[in-house]
Design a protein around this ligand. Structure first.
Ligand code: SF4
Length: 491
C-alpha cells in the first residue's frame, strides 16, 4: 500500500476529479483492500500453502500471483487459490490479469527464442520477471484496445490511435500512444503490462507490441469506470456504504509514453500477435473457474442464510433451487480443474499451458451460469432484495423499533441480520464482478465459441460415427484419434 500511495506522474481520475492517494480515496479503498488480499493470502494460515510457490528464476518462494507455472499442479493451485480468495473478498481481486500476462510473455518470448533463435525478448523478460518476483509487484494486464470501428484492422482505422501503437523509435526505447479499455484494478497497481489484443497483419506491425511500464510513468492517465451502487462507497456506514471489498476497472490512456528497450517484450512482431492473444485468453478463461465459483459460494451461502431467516430453508422447492445453484457453480469449477490437470507444455522446458478446449468451456459456462445462479438467489431472497430500507433508516431511533418489528422473519434472527444479508446479496449477485465481467472478461462468448469450434475435430467425430454405422472410412477422418485439433499455440 505504501508503494502505491503517492505517484508523481500517473493521473488517476474518479468521477471527474484527480485522485492523489488511491489508498485513502473512498471510491478506490475497497479495490485496494481486495487487491491487498492477494498479498495477505501468502501469510494467512488457510491460504499460505496455495499462495506461495518456489520460483526457479529467483531461487526462492514467491507469491503465486507472480509465479510462472511449473506443471499441472501449479495450474490446479491457481484455480483453488482463486476460489478461496473470492471467499475472502466477495469480489474480483484484480491481480490475475497481470499474472496471466507474465505467463504469456514467458511462453511467447520462449517460443520466439526456440523457433527463431532470437533470445533478446526472453532475456529481457526474465530480467523483468526477477524484478517483479523479488519485489512482489502488483501488476495489471492491459489487453483490450478501444478498437474504434470493429470491422477495420488496426492499420485501417480512421483514428490511428484506436489501438495502442508505436509512434516513435528512439535509441533508448520506443514511444507509444493509444488507450486500453476495461483494465481491471488499473488504478491500484505498481505496473501495467500492455499486450496486443488481436491477430495482426504486416500492415499492423506498429500495433503488435508488448511492454511493461510503472503506472507512475509520464503520459499515463487512468479514468476509473462507474459501477452499480458505486455512490454508496461515498456514504460510509457499515451496511449500505460498501464497507467490504470491491473491484474496479478503468480506461488506461497512454499519451506518448516512453518505454525503454529493456521493458519491450514484443516489437512489431505481428506474426506472434494471434498466438499471444490465444495463450493469454486461455489462461484467463481457466482462472474464472476459481474466482467465479468462489463468488458463487458467497451467493449460495447468502441465499441459504436468507432462507433460514424466512423459515423456508427446508422447503422442497427452496432445496431444489439451492441444489441447482450448487450444480451450476460446481460445473464451472470442474471445467477449470479439467483445463488445469490436462495442462500441456508449450516450450521444451516448461511454458505450462491449460487445455484450450476445457479452458474455453469453463469461460463459456461462466458467461451463462452466474446469471442463472443470481436469478435463483433473488427468487429465494424475496422482493425485499430490491426494496429494503436504508441503513440510515435503521439507525433512525424513531424507525428502528418499527423496522425491527416488521422486517423480522424467524425470531432468532434480527431485522439487521436480514438487512445485512440482503445488502451482501445485492452487492455480489448484481455486481459487475459476477455478471458483466462473467460475460465479457477474457473475451466475449463468441470468442469462446470460435475457439471451441477450432479445437474440436468434426471430421474425426464423424469418422467415429461412420465406423459404428458400418460405413467406409474416409481419407479425411481417423476413427482411432480423439476428435481434437491442436490450438495455434500448440502447433
Ligand atoms: Fe482474477 Fe477473476 Fe478478477 Fe480475472 S475476474 S482478475 S480471474 S478475480
Amino acid at each position: 500500500m505504501e508503494g502505491i500511495k503517492r505517484r508523481e506522474h500517473a493521473e488517476i481520475f474518479v468521477l471527474g476529479k484527480r485522485v492523489d492517494d488511491v489508498t485513502a480515496h473512498p471510491f478506490l479503498k475497497p479495490s485496494v483492500k481486495s487487491f491487498k488480499a492477494t498479498f495477505d493470502a501468502a501469510f494467512e494460515e488457510d491460504t499460505r500453502g496455495l499462495a506461495r510457490a518456489y520460483s526457479p528464476f529467483v531461487g526462492e518462494e514467491v507469491n503465486r500471483f507472480v509465479h510462472i507455472h511449473q506443471g499441472p499442479e501449479d495450474l490446479v493451485a491457481k484455480v483453488k487459490l482463486l476460489r478461496k480468495l473470492s471467499h475472502k473478498t466477495g469480489t474480483c481481486f484484480q491481480r490475475c490479469v497481470g499474472w496471466d500476462a507474465l505467463n504469456t510473455l514467458y511462453v511467447i518470448s520462449g517460443k520466439i527464442a526456440e523457433r527463431e533463435g532470437r533470445k533478446e525478448y526472453l532475456n529481457r523478460f526474465i530480467e523483468y520477471l526477477k524484478y517483479v518476483q523479488k519485489n512482489d509487484l502488483a501488476l495489471a494486464g492491459a489487453m483490450t484496445d478501444v478498437k474504434g470501428v470493429r470491422t477495420l484492422r488496426p492499420s485501417e482505422q480512421p483514428n490511428r490511435d484506436a489501438y495502442v501503437h508505436v509512434v516513435e523509435e528512439k535509441a533508448g526505447g520506443i514511444v507509444v500512444r493509444g488507450a486500453k479499455a476495461n483494465i481491471t484494478g488499473v488504478a491500484v497497481v505498481d505496473e501495467v503490462v500492455v499486450m496486443p489484443t488481436r491477430a495482426m497483419t504486416e500492415r499492423d506491425a506498429e500495433y503488435a507490441v508488448s511492454f511493461a511500464i510503472p503506472l507512475d510513468t509520464p503520459g499515463v492517465k487512468v479514468v476509473v469506470g462507474r459501477q452499480i451502487n458505486d455512490g454508496r462507497r461515498l456514504e460510509g456506514g457499515e451496511i449500505d456504504g460498501l464497507p467490504y471489498m470491491f473491484n474496479h476497472e478503468g480506461l488506461l490512456i497512454l499519451e506518448d509514453v516512453f518505454v525503454p528497450w529493456e521493458r519491450v517484450f514484443l516489437y512489431k512482431e505481428w506474426r506472434w500477435a494471434a498466438q499471444f492473444v490465444e495463450v493469454f485468453s486461455n489462461y484467463h478463461r481457466q482462472g474464472y473457474a476459481g474466482c467465479k465459483s468462489g463468488l458463487g459460494d458467497v451467493i449460495i451461502g447468502t441465499a441459504h442464510g436468507l432462507a433460514r431467516q424466512l423459515g423456508i430453508a427446508d422447503k422442497p422447492h427452496v432445496q431444489e433451487k439451492l441444489t441447482e445453484m450448487v450444480f451450476l457453480n460446481e460445473a464451472i469449477y470442474s471445467a477449470g480443474l479439467a483445463a488445469s490437470w490436462e495442462a500441456r507444455r508449450l516450450l521444451k522446458n516448461g511454458g505450462w499451458w491449460v487445455d484450450p478446449m476445457y479452458a474455453n468451456v469453463t469461460k463459456h459456462l461462466v458467461a451463462r451460469f452466474p446469471y442463472e445462479v443470481a436469478k435463483l438467489s433473488h427468487d429465494i431472497a424475496g422482493g425485499l432484495l430490491g426494496t429494503a430500507p436504508s441503513e440510515a433508516d435503521l439507525k433512525n431511533p424513531e424507525l428502528r423499533p418499527l423496522l425491527e418489528k416488521y422486517l423480522q422473519g424467524v425470531p432468532e434472527f434480527t431485522a439487521e441480520e436480514r438487512l445485512r444479508m440482503l445488502r451482501l446479496l445485492e452487492n455480489t449477485s448484481l455486481s459487475v464482478a459476477y455478471l458483466v465481467e462473467s460475460v465479457h472478461g477474457a473475451g466475449s462468448p463468441q470468442a469462446q465459441r470460435i475457439s471451441i469450434q477450432r479445437v474440436y475435430d468434426f471430421q474425426r467425430a464423424e469418422a467415429i460415427a461412420r465406423r459404428l454405422a458400418g460405413l467406409k472410412a474416409e481419407a479425411s477422418g481417423d476413427a482411432r484419434a480423439e476428435p481434437r485439433r491442436p490450438a495455434e499455440a500448440e502447433k
